[in-house]
Ligand binder design. Structure first.
Ligand code: MTE
Ligand code: HPA
Ligand code: MOS
Length: 763
């Protein structure tokens, strides 16, 4: 009987057909209870002020309005901070801290009524001066958390003795998540004042805890369920809780179900984004371009509260080396407090910003020395046996970049194409091309060690069908199908025997967010552990019942066999049930080996690294400043991929999302602190037309995780985004070529047409 191969195979996403046929359930598609009420919220239109008075009488008198809610109506904590810092209220108390901050909420018979009524509020402010940018925050020492420093060796001494030295800076812009499904929650009152919350969150347990706290109830009074999100990208790691709380408090006050779905503009104004960073560097290097000493100064816009800014800023520091050995290095990080919406997780979680910093440095060195930037990249790559310790003193033991870079160099025909591009540019004054090759190394594990735990719950029913539940959430990334593959493989049953079910805090408690790209690594291990427990019981049962040796019992192709004995998995399930064997089990996983001491900035924060590299060729129009990617070649180490088709989708999507961040997506606040880019009309995300014309995406066939991860696979969710740094670097090269070639243009991110034209005109 052949083994069924459920893992390492390209299986279609379980929801693919449901997505395109409209049959996939999202919170706003669920049948509405007949007594459902709808709510909406009113926001501040000033960035910083004291509230002198808030008159909601006209709101309350509007026909169809049931009641209003302010901070005072929240029975428990008016607090949405994930770290429990008490620095972020659900509804503002007396102080307004950013334009777009929720101040009050309205409950009504329809969503339209609630939204109309919101406009009738009369609010008087005493305006206070706002801090609206990173520089001002730095000047005023306005921080959400104290600055952090990471160092290895002696950067000062190395800088002063280096034969070459460069100083510079780069600003990396923020990014709006632009998930297709906006923030949404529906709360349904249960018996005894309990609440069921259906929401779109990467972190159901945190929503559960925060809702319970806001109601002043124990956690077990709240149950949170998430079937899937229509995209999240980090934007629903912490930011779903506020809306869930508003619906839960209203439901609690009225004993009626309540729904809230954010309008796109309000979603953009009132929820956090990727942090913009201002990065200064000071680097010393030898004549070949080898970095001898370096100092980075990161300053990031956190907005009004800490949210996840601490770990995000840390991850930026952890990735300020990217793939390069920095022997003498100091990284300082300033976590700036501004009167703008509190920024949050976004695919890469600070990593991309840190990596843009060092890639910029590498380009600067190459331009100074007149070398191919790839040569400078290669010479600085982490070594295999030496030159392999990170700035946080973790030895890089799994470095595959030398081999992977060589493979991509060949398959992308980099060297030859670089020459062709030079030739093309000589005869093309208006359309100019550039090419760049950048590697990526990304640390896998939550840097907050205790978050590296996961659990699962597996049942086998007496007909042999399997119910699968775990703490991970589906946001489009294909987590559910991968975990189902792992469980089906363990039982050796067909994949359609395994039922994928909604994430539910009543089934698996105290979960971590599905984040840090570790969803499959952790939940896959937990689910397999649960399946193995059940298998073990079945093996004992078979051994006793049919007098066969335990070690002979094999699960294969929907059957269980041992010597002469053979039975279908379904028959065995029925027999085991009759024999009073428990067919339900939980599984648990904690990531091994990781530790980190922030005091000495040393340890092993990551179990392993994910690696990849990309070559991007771009074209710019020197008259309009427009750019496009004409070809991108990507090689990504997914280890032994559980599902190559899903992983390819993640690589393509991540790269294109990264290219959007670096080229077209611009977040812009005016001088009053109003977000002016709050709709697709003013905020440009990539569309099909922006996908590279030639897009060669490959999983590296030699990949295999040297750590014992689930089926030796590697994480794939975030790292491919960082491969898009090659696009920015290539645009720089195209501009530099036009300007004469010697100096690296002062091109920040995003490289919008306007920014490119400014560089070309020397503005
Ligand atoms: N892919 C899709 N389609 N939608 C998403 O929201 N989020 C990304 C990535 N890929 C996202 C996605 C982010 S930020 C993370 S951390 C990972 O998926 C989380 O899922 P994983 O841990 O299962 O990879
Ligand atoms: N990644 C994503 N989310 C997180 C992390 C991380 O490293 N740490 C805490 N939350
Ligand atoms: Mo992803 S930014 O870790 O949710």
């Amino acid at each position: 009987m052949p083994k069924i191969r459920n893992v390492h195979s390209s299986i279609t996403h379980d929801s693919a057909r449901k997505h395109v046929s409209g049959k996939a359930h999202y919170v706003d598609d669920l049948p509405e209870p007949s007594n459902l009420l709808h709510c909406y919220f009113g926001t501040s239109d000033v960035a910083h002020a004291r509230i002198l008075s808030m008159d909601l009488s006209a709101v309350e008198q509007y026909p169809g309005v049931v009641r209003t809610m302010t901070a005072r109506d929240i029975p428990g904590d008016n607090e949405v901070s994930p770290a429990h810092n008490f620095d972020e209220p659900v509804l503002a108390n007396d102080l307004v801290q950013f334009a777009g901050q929720p101040l009050f909420a309205v409950l009504a018979e329809s969503r339209a009524i609630a939204r109309q009524a919101v406009k009738l509020a009369k609010i008087e402010y005493e305006k206070l001066p706002p801090i609206l940018d990173i520089e001002t925050a730095l000047d005023r020492k306005s921080f959400v958390i104290d600055p952090q420093v990471m160092r290895q060796g002696d950067s000062r001494a190395a800088l002063s003795t280096s034969p070459n030295r460069l100083q510079g800076k780069i600003f990396t812009g923020g990014q709006e998540h632009f998930y297709l499904e906006g923030q949404v929650s529906m709360s349904l009152p249960q018996e005894d004042g309990d609440i069921l919350v259906l929401t779109s969150s990467q972190h159901p347990s945190e929503v559960q805890h925060l809702v319970a706290r806001s109601l002043g109830k124990p956690i077990n009074a709240v149950n949170v369920e998430v079937r899937r999100m229509g995209g999240a990208f980090g934007g629903k790691e912490t930011q779903a809780a506020q809306w869930a709380i508003i619906t839960a408090v209203f439901a609690n006050l009225t004993d009626r179900p309540v729904k809230l779905r954010l309008d796109r503009d309000d979603d953009m104004r009132s929820t956090g984004k990727r942090h913009d960073f201002l990065i200064h560097y000071d680097v010393g290097f030898d004549d070949e371009g080898r970095i001898l000493g370096i100092e980075f100064e990161h300053a990031l816009r956190c907005g009004i509260s800490a949210d996840l800014s601490g770990p995000i800023a840390d991850r930026a520091m952890f990735h300020s080396d990217n793939a390069y050995y920095l022997s003498n290095v100091t990284v300082t990080s300033h976590r700036c407090k501004t009167n703008t919406v509190s920024n949050t997780a976004f695919r890469g979680f600070g990593g991309p910003q840190g990596m843009v910093g060092i890639e910029r440095v590498i380009d600067a060195i190459a331009y100074r020395l007149g070398k191919d930037p790839l040569e400078v990249r290669e010479i600085n790559l982490y070594g295999l046996k030496e030159r392999n310790v990170t700035p946080y003193k973790m030895t890089v033991k799994d470095n595959v970049l030398h081999s992977l870079v060589a493979d991509l160099k060949e398959s992308s025909d980099y060297t030859q194409r670089r020459r062709q591009i030079d030739a093309f540019n000589r005869n093309s004054p208006v359309i100019r091309r550039g090419i760049a090759f950048t590697p990526a190394k990304f640390g896998i594990s939550f840097t907050t060690a205790f978050l590296n735990q996961a659990a699962a719950l597996v049942h086998v029913y007496k007909d042999g069908s399997v119910h699968l539940n775990h703490g991970g959430t589906e946001m489009g990334q294909g987590l559910m199908i991968k975990i189902a593959q792992i469980v089906a493989d363990e039982f050796q049953v067909d994949l359609d025997k395994v039922k994928i079910t909604a994430t539910n805090t009543g089934k698996v408690p105290n979960t971590s967010a599905t984040a840090a790209s570790s969803g499959t690594d952790m939940n896959g291990m937990a689910a397999r552990a649960a399946a193995r427990k059940i298998k073990k019981r079945l093996i004992s049962f078979v051994s006793k019942e049919f007098s066969v040796d335990k070690s002979d019992v094999r699960f294969i192709n929907n059957h269980v066999e041992a010597g002469e004995f053979e039975m279908s998995f379904a028959e065995l399930a029925e027999q085991a049930w009759m024999g009073r064997i428990s067919l339900s089990a939980t599984g648990f996983y904690r990531t091994p080996k990781i530790h980190y001491d922030p005091e000495t900035s040393s340890g092993r924060p990551f179990l392993y690294f994910a690696y990849g590299a990309a070559v991007s060729e771009v074209e710019i129009d020197c008259l309009t400043g427009e750019s496009r990617i004409i070809r991108a070649d990507i090689l990504y180490d997914a280890g032994k991929s559980v599902n190559p088709a899903i992983d390819i989708g993640q690589i393509e999507g991540g790269f294109v999302q990264g290219a959007g961040w670096l080229t077209s997506e611009e977040i812009w606040w005016d001088t009053e602190g109003h977000l002016r880019t709050h709709a697709p009309s003013t905020y440009k995300i990539p569309t099909c037309g922006d996908i590279p014309e030639i897009f060669n995406v490959q999983i590296w066939q030699k990949g295999r995780n040297r750590e014992k991860t689930i089926h030796r696979s590697k994480a794939v969710g975030e790292p491919p985004l960082m491969l898009a740094i090659s696009v920015h670097s290539a645009i720089n090269q195209a501009i530099a070529g036009k300007l004469g070639g010697e100096t690296l243009p002062a091109l920040d991110t995003p490289a919008t047409p306007e920014a490119i034209l400014n560089c070309l005109s020397g503005a």
